[in-house]
Design a binder for this molecule. Structure first.
Ligand code: EPU
Length: 436
């Protein structure tokens, strides 16, 4: 059943207070779900966020023959000796991150077939880097109507030198995993260095993988066969994007809010952005406190250019633009990673923001502007949460349709937001018919 969020806005008042906890990271979970294929024994993941991608993965694994067991937030995956290496079309098309499974499955079982994981509203999302990488490792790639059939050469994938033409998070993860089962040494150049990648590689290293250059743009990986689980489980790190969203919300609508269970060292770019804007932050070991008592209003505008880690994350660009609608001055926002990731700004303008689209990659935000509640369609998960933040600071009531998108990235976000005083409820769209 589809559902929507109904938000009663605070009209610019700073009333939120208390503690909001950050869950496990969606984008750390994604590659971790591909890791069981390179382990000899069952692999357990702890502190997993209970998100849509996890449900879809369970279904996808069931079709492959991989067993899933769960105890609260610890999930254990057992990969049998033989699987059916075909990613089911209906699931894989809805889950871009399913591309992560293709490398380890190909490396372990010698073949894999899958549909194009699908474009989406944030851009085309090509997979050419993956296909080129598989070819470089000796695989044959056949494409038929956006369906891919990949076969490893006799004797398995071969180590290769792979230069990524752009830094890609999931390609780096996929090829690091596949390379561990390949024959010989693989060198990944221009590898991405997001903390979700580094954490996984360190865990693999602790499990016996031979990887040099972890945390740098050149990874040297020696293939050596399946890994043994030395650590009892892999702990999913806190979600830095969720933490960043809560920081932005707390800066805009918080009196005294603690963002708990986060990893501040992963948040340098958003902390710098908010600090430059004049937001008073007090940074602890595993939490950050924003206290409006000390804040200067309105905040100052700060330009943004999204960039691979440790630059400003594209996944925080939409909430940051909501922040800029409340800051004094003009801010130029340059989205460098995805071409379709600014389309949500029209809806913010309907709420009263002043955002001019310069070209598909750049907008100019003039602030501060008062926002008024509206009925909005959430286009993707990150813009969806940005609309919720806009709804909380706006005057009046907002309805954000397609709660499904928000749920893909944030587990039961409305409950956690209510915990700090936001007035937000979820309603299924049947009930909504009466309220529209
Ligand atoms: N690209 C290609 N060819 C490819 C792969 C990527 O041209 O074969 C391009 C993309 O179009 C993009 C750039 O490379 O312009 C970088 O994209 P990347 O491959 O790094 O993105 P991704 O790995 O598909 C991950 C996150 C995204 C996040 C991006 C950028 C996961 C599961 N997803 O995607 O998260 O936006 O990195 O940091 O880790 C989200 O959580 O909302 C989300 C979309």
């Amino acid at each position: 059943m589809t559902s929507s969020f109904i938000v009663s806005g605070l009209g610019g008042r700073k009333l939120l207070s208390g503690t909001i906890r950050v869950n496990g990271s969606k984008n750390a979970l994604a590659p971790a779900l591909a890791a069981p294929f390179i382990f000899r024994e069952p692999l357990s993941l702890a502190h997993t966020p209970l998100l849509e991608d996890l449900r879809r993965t369970e279904e996808l694994f069931a079709a492959l023959g991989v067993e899933t067991t769960a105890q609260e937030r610890t999930y254990t995956f057992t990969v049998p000796k033989i699987i059916n290496p075909v990613l089911p079309e209906d699931i894989a098309k809805r889950m871009r991150a399913s591309i992560l499974f293709t490398g380890p499955i190909l490396a372990r079982f010698g073949s894999v077939s899958f549909p194009h994981p699908g474009g989406c509203v944030i851009g085309e999302r090509p997979i050419d880097i993956f296909l080129d990488g598989y070819r470089a490792m000796g695989a044959s790639v056949k494409v038929n109507k956006r369906h891919y059939y990949i076969s490893a050469p006799k004797g398995g994938l071969r180590g290769a030198m792979i230069y990524f033409r752009v830094q890609s998070v999931t390609a780096t993860e996929t090829f690091a995993l596949a390379a561990l089962l390949a024959r010989g040494t693989t060198i990944l150049k221009n590898a991405a260095v997001e903390p979700e990648i580094t954490a996984l590689l360190r865990f693999l290293e602790a499990s016996g993988a031979r990887i040099e250059g972890i945390g740098t743009h050149t990874l040297v990986i020696r293939g050596g066969g399946l890994l043994a689980c030395k650590a009892p489980r892999y702990e999913i790190m806190p979600d830095r994007i969720e933490a960043g969203c809560f920081l932005i919300l707390a800066a805009l609508a918080g009196r005294d809010v603690t963002i708990a269970g986060c990893e501040p060292s992963h948040l340098d770019s958003i902390i710098a952005f908010l600090s430059d804007a004049g937001v008073p932050l007090s940074i602890g070991k595993r939490n950050i406190v924003i206290s409006a008592k000390k804040s200067r209003v309105p905040y100052r505008s700060v330009n943004i250019k999204t960039h691979e880690y440790p630059g400003f994350p594209t996944d925080l660009q939409a909430p940051a633009v909501v922040f800029l609608t409340q800051a004094a001055g003009d801010a130029a926002v340059f989205e460098t990673i995805f071409e379709g990731r600014l389309n949500y700004v029209h809806e913010l303008n309907r709420m009263g923001a002043s955002i001019r689209m310069m070209d598909p990659h750049r907008v100019l935000v003039k602030g501060p502007t008062k926002l008024v509640g509206k009925t909005l369609e959430s286009p993707d998960l990150r813009a969806g949460l940005a609309y919720i933040i806009a709804g909380i600071i706006a005057n009046g009531r907002s309805v954000i349709h397609n709660a499904y998108h928000v749920d893909r990235g944030y587990e039961q976000v409305e409950e956690r937001l209510r915990g700090i005083g936001a007035n937000i409820v979820r309603m299924d769209d049947v009930g909504m018919a009466e309220t529209r």
